[in-house]
Design a protein around this ligand. Structure first.
Ligand code: BEZ
Ligand code: FE
Length: 306
């Protein structure tokens, strides 16, 4: 016998546990933006699947809501706790990887991090960006080339790192000199650049908020492996946002934000030679790092889903 309520039997609009995600997604209008529709329906499907697997109590669900509320309340113009959450869950690096699938041989991308400052001072090659005279002296030199190894002159290299106490200048305004440990260099006619600084140290990401508490509760530490940040840009090439890491840092395999890629671990050579030190304006010993950046031409990226 035919039901008096055929729609109820085939696809009921009313909530039931088994079909919960389908019931919610069926409400989406045909007029909704197609990308929004795709994103929201995938999110609803995965969120409902997670809830079904976890089976949270009301108290647990409320604790999750409280965590998200506190995460939002921690955000200011200076502090983005949601990005930090995305960082420690590996989502920032995943989004970055999806959007920077470069040809083999090109320098890999990484996340930017919260301590980049646009318009840092522009320096001539060889300038020392360490203005507080703390730490072990280091020279970084190398070339910017294309994938075929041709030099890229006039590439802009923005570099920033913490000082030897493990803080960026912007975290210690009035304590560190302005623009300490950051600067902008330009590659020469052979694509060469060089600058002086100090060997980077590992340091903790900001951990005084809900994300830090979550890390602690999961038995994870907040430390980032010792690194320098770079943005390298040149007209006609895909800009590279990246890091280079010291090879001897104990936190390499457990960087708090999953920023380490094997190809970005550099060699740091300790040079104990008074003449070599004199040539670069240091006293012996000092650290020497040779690092080349390889840029892919613009538009040479691909996304799997488009
Ligand atoms: C950083 O490397 O500066 C950083 C990256 C992600 C979160 C916090 C700090
Ligand atoms: Fe950093």
């Amino acid at each position: 016998m035919q039901s008096a309520f055929p729609a109820v039997q085939s696809a009921s609009p009313y909530f039931d546990e088994a079909r919960s995600a389908d019931v919610v997604n069926a409400r989406m209008s045909d007029d909704a933006d197609p990308r929004l529709k795709q994103v929201m329906s995938v999110l609803v499907r995965h969120l409902h699947a997670a809830i079904k697997e976890i089976e949270p109590t009301h108290e647990e669900w409320f604790a999750a809501i409280r965590f998200l509320t506190e995460t939002g309340q921690m955000c200011t113009d200076w502090r983005q706790e949601y990005i930090l959450l995305s960082d420690i869950l590996g989502v920032s690096m995943l989004v970055d990887a999806i959007n920077h699938r470069r040809p083999s041989g090109a320098t890999p991308n990484t996340i930017l991090g919260p301590f980049y400052v646009a318009d840092a001072p522009e320096y001539s090659n060889g300038t020392n960006i360490c203005l507080d005279e703390k730490g072990e002296p280091m020279v970084v030199e190398g070339r910017v080339t294309d994938i075929e190894g041709n030099p890229i002159p006039n590439a802009k290299l923005e570099v920033w790192q913490t000082n030897d106490d493990g803080f960026y200048d912007v975290q210690q305004k009035g304590v560190q000199p302005d623009s300490n440990m950051r600067g902008v260099f330009t590659s020469d006619a052979d694509g060469r650049y060089w600058f002086r600084s100090v060997k980077p140290r590992h340091y903790p990401i900001p951990s005084d908020g809900p994300v830090g508490k979550l890390l602690g509760a999961m038995g994870r530490h907040p430390n980032r492996a010792a690194h320098l940040h770079f943005i390298v840009t040149a007209p006609g090439f895909d800009p590279v946002i990246t890091h280079i890491f010291t090879p001897d840092c104990p936190y390499l395999p457990e960087d708090a934000v999953f920023g380490v890629k094997r190809e970005l671990i550099a060699e740091f050579n300790k040079i104990d030679d008074a003449d070599a030190a004199k040539r670069v304006g240091f006293s012996s010993p000092f650290w020497s790092v040779s690092w080349d950046f390889t840029l892919a031409t613009s538009g040479n990226l691909h996304r799997q889903n488009t």
